[in-house]
Design a protein. Structure first.
Length: 186
């Protein structure tokens, strides 16, 4: 099983990055493969609507779509900027077609200045996930910088991280069994 983590933070020192790294460790500890896509490094090219319908196979849109199609499940990780998810993540999602997340369970991690701002970004991402045919798992992780000590998640959020990974893996397996495929149909 392959889980794709999409990091929507441009900061090398972000709590969003720390959170996604902690989730990756849990996914790998459960025996699944985890691949991180760092949007600050990869796939920074702005979405070109002219490339949407028939993307050039050598351009970013085709690469983004292929990467998502090869994943069984997804975890979206974003900082909260002005009450919403990051532009890096929005740009990545704009490259995808309306069925990109079909047959895929999607987990959400958001890091904000306060817990309520992070929850708002999670709610917004749930709507986007539905729009591209994905299934947002019931749990989510909303964090602040105070939830990490020396780069590690503290006890207040480790249980939520464990639950999110469990949801992503369990629902990914269930969706794979339902569709009868080794990979999602996205």
């Amino acid at each position: 099983m392959k889980i794709l983590g999409i990091l929507g933070s441009a900061s090398k020192e972000s709590s969003t990055r720390l959170g996604l790294e902690a989730l990756a460790q849990r996914v790998r500890g459960a025996g699944a493969e985890f691949q991180t896509v760092d949007l600050a490094v990869e796939f920074r090219e702005p979405h070109d609507i002219g490339d949407y319908s028939e993307p050039d196979p050598l351009r970013q849109t085709a690469a983004v779509r292929q990467l998502v199609a090869q994943a069984d499940g997804i975890i979206l990780a974003t900082p909260v900027y002005h009450g919403s998810y990051s532009g890096l993540l929005k740009n990545f999602l704009d490259h995808l077609k309306g069925d990109a997340f079909a047959g895929k369970a999607v987990g959400i991690l958001a890091n904000g200045g306060g817990p309520r701002s992070a929850v708002a970004a999670c709610d917004q991402l749930r709507a986007v996930i539905r729009a591209i045919s994905g299934w947002a798992v019931p749990g989510q992780v909303a964090t602040t910088g105070a939830d990490f000590t020396d780069g590690e998640p503290n006890d207040a959020i480790t249980g939520r991280m464990d639950a999110l990974v469990n949801d992503v893996l369990m629902f990914t397996e269930a969706l794979r069994a339902h569709t009868g495929t080794g990979r999602g149909e996205g």
